[in-house]
Design a protein around this ligand. Structure first.
Ligand SMILES: [Zn+2]
Length: 368
């Protein structure tokens, strides 16, 4: 910035003061030329100052526009406004459209997005258009003598992959170890303490927000994770970072699950057996289904293992000697396929619904 200090008294000498014009005898003398040069210099400096000011103002406006654009499209995880085109795209995109795209545009980067297998420029393309991520979570814990310990995370990953493939929404890697201390008496069960699990899930979910994700579906297949995922979802929503919800496949189709099996079971029962028979049949010990039923607790409902209304059990082994519940011999791969497809439909619809919600509507309401 250039500063010019001008003594107001000089105005008199260069003849700009109308109250005291220069005399005729002074018009062509040295003082006249000196004062004229001074006046021209003053005009020149003033012009330069005006030009300088205009250029600076323009630059500031340009920087402001760029800053607000990058804040909208990049890392805040919150998109104050969405283009009308994107909203329409979300509303009109159907499963049918995706199949058409898949057929006619092989390699289309918005389809079958699995984060761990994508290169960052392709993720950039996704993240400039979409802000939803599907996160599968399960456990690695005993599931009786007939099912693999990875049952829950295999199921969660199966649903998340199917939904990602059908919708084109991004799926993240699977979280394989959850909150399972209540299965610790059985060989191989792995678990982390609840606060560790909550902090871990919260941390990577916040980091998804750094990339522009502002809504997440926790596709969860382990009951022990539920309350902790709900707590993480609350924390993230309360501070306006991200909207994350927990989804369990069997809760999305409760009537179908009840109809499919006479003696259901919340853990290692026929519903989980049927799903693994469908998803990973080679991991099911078909010859141990009767053993699983006979060594466990076949009939289980809300009243089981309660005393005067209080739940008296803490660990799976308190209820079932072999760790599982229900009648596993009722499970078939065909039932597993039917349940898997019905619950996948629910997850696809949930994804489309969530993607179509304005972000502000997902955030906590104002104080009344
Ligand atoms: Zn399970």
């Amino acid at each position: 910035m250039v500063f010019v200090f001008l003594n107001p008294g000089d105005l008199f000498f260069i003849g700009l003061d109308p109250a005291a014009p220069l005399g005729v005898d002074q018009q062509w003398g040295p003082a006249f030329w000196l004062h004229s040069a001074y006046a021209y210099l003053l005009v020149l400096i003033t012009s330069l100052l005006v030009v300088d000011l205009l250029v600076r103002t323009n630059r500031a406006l340009y920087r402001g526009a760029r800053a607000s654009k990058s804040a909208t499209s990049a890392n805040s995880g919150r998109r104050p406004t969405e283009s009308a085109g994107l909203v329409r795209l979300r509303q009109h995109r159907t499963r049918h459209d995706c199949h058409v795209l898949k057929t006619h545009v092989p390699g289309e980067s918005r389809l079958r997005m699995y984060l761990a297998e994508e290169a960052w420029p392709d993720l950039e393309s996704y993240l400039t258009e979409e802000s939803l991520a599907i996160v599968p979570l399960g456990s690695t814990e005993q599931h009786g003598p007939h099912l693999p310990e990875g049952t829950d995370h295999i199921i969660a990953e199966g649903f998340a992959s199917a939904a990602a493939e059908r919708t084109g929404y991004l799926r993240t890697p699977t979280i394989n170890i959850g909150v399972s201390p209540h299965h610790r008496q059985f060989h191989g069960t792995m678990w982390v303490e609840p606060p560790v699990f909550r902090d871990y899930v919260e941390s990577f979910t916040r980091n998804l927000a750094y990339h522009g994700i502002d809504r997440v579906i926790f596709v969860n297949a382990h009951g022990g994770n539920v309350q902790h995922l709900r707590e993480v979802g609350r924390r993230l929503r309360d501070d306006g970072t991200i909207y994350a919800i927990e989804w369990m496949w069997n809760e999305s189709i409760p009537d179908l699950v009840d109809e499919a099996f006479a003696q259901n079971g919340p853990h290692g029962g026929p519903k989980e057996t049927a799903l693994i028979q469908h998803l990973r049949p080679e991991l099911v010990h078909e010859d141990r289904l009767a053993e699983a039923r006979d060594g466990g607790l076949t009939s289980f409902d809300e009243a089981t293992m309660r005393q005067h209304g209080a739940r008296t059990f803490y660990d799976a082994i308190d209820n079932a000697e072999n760790g599982v519940l229900g009648d596993q011999t009722d499970a078939t791969a065909a039932k597993g396929k039917q349940l898997f497809e019905a619950a996948s439909d629910q997850l696809v619809d949930l994804s489309e619904w969530l993607a179509a919600q304005p972000f502000a509507d997902l955030m906590p309401k104002d104080h009344v």
